[in-house]
Design a protein around this ligand. Structure first.
Ligand code: SAH
Ligand code: SF4
Length: 360
């Protein structure tokens, strides 16, 4: 049997795995054992699953695999950030980034190859080729990172990966079914058991799915706001033409579980002369008043071919001061991994460049 015909275990929920196991005439408890090997211990070889007899190991190996995406390239930044360029089975590439901090280690994962949306300041949005990642590909980024960080068994003390953000390539709410299935598996108590409080989903504002996401997953929400006027947001984040600011605010205000202990994050990229005036800052704090919020000012990360320029330090500081005066602490996000093009919105640029140079 070729690899292609084997079923990826990383794409099967506990119930689906039980069904697949019983279809092979194996008892149900085998599914439980297999699940724990894969999700608790990170084991990929069936021969290492010591409580399964040889014949069972061989049968499983014929039908399943627990492969991760292949690492095309790993880059380590001087600040500890790690970026993996990952190759999927059809040759497409995505990126995942690990960002260590004093109190946490965050993995930023992708939800799509490219993105169908075309936010004008985002490099991912310029990529033509787009497809959804499947459940195994979304989970695979997390398991691969845990392999490389030495984080097995799941839940061990001093683990390096403690948080996940869906802020890589793609619009997660345009791939809602797969993203939600993957997150449920990552949150499962019999596996990695990552708390929903440690997962943040960032969206450009796909309103119907925002509410579903809150009801069904209960993860933290981050909104790519970037502008406080519809005319400007229509240009920067074109999905705004469909879902206007007023309805976005209304939806977020009613996001299930929002409280002072669980705030929504408003992401705001600082673009020189575009959205960085004092009037913008004042309008921003006025607009979100009454919604339990954090504000994240992101210095614009340039990429080859963009016309946008990052606001200067003084302007960012002035903007941040107004935001802080309104009661929001430490609003500026320090760019990480800039030396390896791993910062927000730079994803994919490096690999595209590399391929172009390889073709020359
Ligand atoms: N599609 C989702 C998640 C991926 S983008 C979304 O848009 O929210 C993750 C964050 O990076 C978003 O806030 C996005 O607006 C921001 N971003 C994109 N390009 C950027 C750039 N060049 N510099 C800084 N931030 C950028
Ligand atoms: Fe897509 Fe998000 Fe980039 Fe917009 S900012 S193009 S939604 S990845």
């Amino acid at each position: 049997m070729t690899d292609f015909e084997r079923t990826p275990l990383l794409g099967l929920s506990q119930i689906e795995l039980e069904e697949a196991i019983t279809a092979l005439q194996l008892p149900r408890f085998r599914a439980r054992q297999l699940w724990r090997w894969v999700w608790r211990h990170g084991v990929t070889e069936f021969s290492d699953m010591t409580d399964l007899g040889k014949p069972v190991q061989m049968l499983l190996a014929q039908h399943f695999h627990a492969d991760r995406p292949a690492v095309s390239r790993r880059q380590d930044s001087s600040d500890g950030t790690i970026k993996w360029l990952l190759r999927l089975h059809d040759g497409h590439e995505i990126e995942a980034v690990y960002i260590p901090d004093t109190d946490r280690g965050t993995l930023c994962i992708s939800s799509q190859v490219g993105c169908t949306l075309t936010c004008t300041f985002c490099h991912t949005g310029t990529q033509r080729l787009v497809r959804n990642l499947d459940v195994a590909e979304i989970c695979g980024q997390i398991l691969l990172a845990m392999d490389e960080l030495g984080d097995w068994p799941a839940g061990k003390p001093n683990r390096r990966l403690t948080n996940i953000v869906l802020m890589g390539m793609g619009e997660p709410l345009y791939n809602y079914d797969n993203v939600s299935a993957a997150l449920k598996m990552i949150m499962s108590g019999e596996g990695i058991a990552l708390s929903r409080r440690r997962i943040t989903l960032s969206t450009s504002g796909i309103l119907p799915e925002i509410t579903r996401c809150g009801e069904e997953l209960g993860v933290n929400l981050a909104i790519s706001l970037h502008a406080v006027r519809d005319e400007l947001r229509d240009v920067l984040v074109p999905i705004n033409r469909k879902y206007k600011l007023a309805s976005l605010l209304d939806t977020v205000r009613h996001y299930p579980g929002l409280s002072n202990a669980r705030r929504v994050t408003w992401e705001y990229v600082m673009l020189a002369g575009v959205n960085d005036s004092e009037a913008d800052a004042k309008a921003l704090v006025k607009m979100i008043a009454g919604i339990p919020s954090k504000i994240n000012l992101i210095p614009f990360n340039p990429w080859p071919g963009t016309d946008y320029v990052c606001s200067d330090d003084e302007t960012i500081e002035r903007f941040a001061k107004i935001v802080m005066k309104a009661g929001y602490a430490s609003p500026v996000r320090t760019p990480r991994g800039r030396d390896i093009l791993a910062a927000c919105g730079q994803l994919k640029s490096d690999s595209v460049r590399l391929r172009a140079s390889q073709m020359a």
